[in-house]
Every structure is written in structure tokens, then in C-alpha cells.
Design a protein around this ligand. Structure first.
Ligand code: MEV
Length: 443
């Protein structure tokens, strides 16, 4: 077995030392150091703030920040910021937004906003006795978290409910204290986790000190929020008469388009391979908004995928119906997103994004992010069921390919013109660049 060299005390090194050490692991340490420093922010205060978001920070990693104009939600127009590296996503969302803006726009409603946290514990005492004393225990626990909850209660949120759950049929002696929360405009992870750790300590003390149970009959395993929030739900939809879908490029008729579109959603509903890609396209839109607004996109994704599999089969997150001549396309999903706390006010661009969105509350941001999910899903299915995805995608990707060939601005202009009427592929772009450079050999 080869010996692994451990790096000790890395976090204690200065930033310069960290960079030097890490660069020494690359083929060309000097240029590695230069690349790392190239992406430092020129303002040392901003750079320091970024360094402190995380640990062992060397530099920043840039993603493009774009906007989607013309997003009409419940009659109000928005310019929606999106952070995404994949070409076509913003273009797709923009096309969809403009398309639906002339057909009533997007409609969205927040169904519920409850979040969940759990204290997981092993208990070997009399659970019936613990349950029968739960009303009293509950008040003790709530009193214990008063300091943590006071602020949230002032904002209209706090602890909504608390229950003991018997999970012993799944795992021997395993129980939960399941707590529901209203975290208002914050995503609420820190608030929930702080409350839960207090409840865990209170529960342990109660079992050990009340005299009702043998000391040591409880072991707290862990206390943590659940990123699955099926009761923090938003529904977003578009609808119009099928006849109004008469201007879709690559489709013979509105009826044909609606029929194929419905089949595409139905396929994503019954086939996990297709469902995963279909839902990935939805998260293209949602994650981009989550990133632009400083939200935890991993939590939002994990929750969405769990929800997509809530009946035991992983299915499409979106639904479509074409009854009575109406096309109705909707997306319902849980989403724990925040507009206060976390990075939302610390990251200058997250702050800017929220400002651009007119400083929404969390429910409005749920509506906006899910709208972009639906917008991207509509565009993807529209392309897939008509002219295919690659025509548009490769057109958008053209600049990336040209950059691989280090095309000059002049060459880019020529290429963009040429590929208006030619199919884009790596080979075609390579051939084009070759011929351009043959006629203009000074490159
Ligand atoms: C690509 O990022 C997303 C799509 O694959 C989504 C889909 O297939 O529905 C285009």
C-alpha cells in the first residue's frame, strides 16, 4: 500500500503559505500561484469577507451572474438574477418568461411554510410513561429555549409544535422528538439547530433527573433540522387556451405541441431515467436563483428530490393537463429558502440580488425561484419535443468552443455570423477556425 503524506496544521498557515504549499502540488507552481491570485478581489476588505465565509480559503471561484427580465408572477414584473455556469439556462428562462408574459404570466401560491427538526434518541425506559408526561416535558423544553426563540417570536415565528415519535418498529429503542417551526423570512437552519440542541439537553436531563426513569436510559444520538420540508410548499403554474400555443417553432399545430408536451411530462412521471434529467432542468432555474440570493441550493435540491420520490417512485416534479382545451402546466415543490440571515446580507451580490427583486420575503422568493424552475422546464420540454435541444444549446455554447481555440474578437464575429446558418459542433468550429486562419495566417 502506498504511503499517504498527511498535511498537518494547514489551517494555521497564513494565506500566502497555504497558497505556496498548494501550488507546489501542481505541475507549474509559479503559474498556479499567479492563477490563484488573479481571482483575488482588489478590495482587501471584500476579499477578507470572502475568505471568512469558509475555511482554508485560497481565492475566489467565479460563476457568471446574469438576469432574466420580463418575469411576470401574479401580475407583477420581476428582473430575476441567476448565477449559473451552464450556457442556455438563462436564455431558456428568458424565452419562457417572455412567452408567458403575453399569456397571463406565471401564477404562484405558497401553500405552507412549516419547517421540521428532530432530536434522535435511543430510549430504554417506559415510553408510555414518557408520553403521558409529555405535556409537562414540552413546557419545560419550551421554557428552556425561551432565549433563543424570543427574537423569532417577535417576528411572528417560533416553535409551532412538538411531538414524540415512536420509531422502534424501524430500529430498536429508537425515538424522535419532532419539532415544527415557523422561521419567517429566514431559512432557519441555525435557529432550528440551536433550539433542538437545547431540547436534547432538556430531554436528557428530564429522563435522568425526574426520578421516573432509570438513570442512563436515554442516549441522545443527534439533533438536527430536516432538509425535507414537505410542509413548506409552493405551487407555480402557467395556463392558457391550447389554441394560444400556435406559435411554437418546429411544431405543426398548437394541438400537436400540447399533446407531445403532455406525453413528455407523463414520461418523466413514470421513468426514473427521464425524471432525473427533467427535474435537473427544473433545478437549473431554482438553484441559479438560490445561488444569486445567497441561499443553500444543496438543501433545496435534496428536499426537491426527496419530494419527487415521496410515493416511493422518483417522478417528475412538474405536472401538465390539457383538459377542456386548456393547457395547464404546474410545479409544486417544497422549498426552504430565506431572505434574511446566512449569506443574504453578507454577500454583496446576494444583497444586490434581493434588492433587485424588491427585497422579497421568503414566501415571495419561494414563488420567484419556483417560477424559474417552471420556466426552465417549459423551455427544455418545448425544445426537446420540437426542434431538439442541441440547436439552441450549441449556439449558446459556441462562444465557449471559440474560447477554447482562443478566437480573437474578429474571429468570433465571423463565427457567430457563419453559425447562424450552420450546425454548431466541436468539429465544425475547429474546421471553421482552421479555414479562417488559413485565409488570415497572421494569427
Ligand atoms: C440541461 O441542463 C437540462 C435538460 O437536460 C433538461 C431536460 O432534459 O428536461 C435540457
Amino acid at each position: 500500500m502506498s504511503e499517504t503524506k498527511l498535511i498537518s496544521g494547514f489551517s494555521k498557515l497564513t494565506k500566502e503559505e497555504k497558497i505556496r504549499l498548494i501550488a507546489s502540488y501542481t505541475d507549474d507552481p509559479e503559474s498556479a500561484e499567479a492563477s490563484i491570485k488573479l481571482f483575488w478581489n482588489s478590495n482587501p476588505d471584500i476579499q477578507k469577507q470572502f475568505d471568512e465565509f469558509s475555511e482554508n480559503t485560497l481565492t475566489n471561484y467565479y460563476f457568471p451572474y446574469g438576469v432574466v427580465p420580463n418575469v411576470m408572477i401574479n401580475g407583477n414584473m420581476h428582473i430575476v438574477p441567476m448565477v449559473i455556469e451552464e450556457s442556455s439556462v438563462i436564455a431558456a428562462a428568458s424565452k419562457s418568461a417572455k412567452y408567458w408574459a403575453t399569456r397571463g404570466g406565471f401564477h404562484s401560491e405558497v401553500i405552507s411554510t412549516t419547517k421540521i427538526g428532530q432530536v434522535h434518541f435511543i430510549f430504554t425506559g417506559d415510553f408510555g410513561l414518557l408520553k403521558s408526561n409529555f405535556q409537562h416535558l414540552r413546557l419545560l423544553l419550551l421554557a428552556r429555549s425561551k432565549q433563543i426563540t424570543a427574537n423569532m417570536e417577535q417576528r411572528g415565528g417560533g416553535v409551532l409544535g412538538m411531538e414524540l415519535v415512536d420509531k422502534t418498529s424501524d430500529l430498536e429503542h429508537y425515538y424522535q422528538l419532532k419539532v415544527s417551526f415557523d422561521t419567517r423570512d429566514s431559512m432557519g437552519a441555525n435557529f432550528i439547530n440551536s433550539c433542538l440542541e437545547e431540547y436534547a439537553a432538556g430531554l436528557r436531563d428530564y429522563v435522568n433527573d425526574s426520578g421516573l426513569f432509570a438513570p442512563g436510559s436515554i442516549q441522545i444520538i443527534m439533533s438536527i433540522l430536516s432538509n425535507y420540508t414537505p410542509d413548506c410548499l409552493v405551487k407555480t403554474w402557467v395556463e392558457c387556451d391550447i389554441r394560444e400555443l400556435d406559435d411554437i417553432e418546429g411544431s405543426n399545430s398548437a394541438e400537436e405541441f400540447a399533446w407531445k408536451f403532455e406525453k413528455a411530462v407523463n414520461i418523466a412521471n413514470i421513468d426514473v431515467f427521464r425524471a432525473t434529467t427533467h427535474n435537473k432542468g427544473i433545478f437549473n432555474g431554482i438553484d441559479s436563483v438560490a445561488l444569486a440570493t445567497g441561499n443553500d441550493f444543496r438543501a433545496i435540491e435534496a428536499c426537491g428530490h426527496a419530494w419527487a420520490a415521496r410515493d416511493g417512485n422518483y417522478r417528475s416534479l412538474s405536472e401538465v393537463s390539457t383538459d377542456n382545451g386548456r393547457f395547464r402546466f404546474s410545479l409544486t415543490l417544497p422549498m426552504a429558502i430565506g431572505t434574511v440571515g446566512g449569506l443574504t446580507s453578507l454577500h454583496p451580490m446576494a444583497k444586490f440580488s434581493l434588492n433587485l427583486l424588491q427585497n422579497p420575503g421568503a414566501p415571495e422568493l419561494m414563488q420567484i425561484a419556483s417560477t424559474m424552475g417552471l420556466a426552465n422546464n417549459f423551455s427544455a420540454l418545448k425544445s426537446l419535443t420540437t426542434k431538439g435541444i442541441q440547436v439552441g444549446h450549441m449556439k449558446m455554447h459556441l462562444l465557449n468552443i471559440l474560447n477554447v481555440y482562443k478566437a480573437t474578437e474578429e474571429e468570433k464575429v465571423k463565427a457567430i455570423e457563419y453559425f447562424k446558418s450552420h450546425k454548431v459542433s466541436h468539429n465544425e468550429v475547429a474546421a471553421f477556425m482552421h479555414s479562417v486562419r488559413l485565409t488570415n495566417p497572421k494569427h
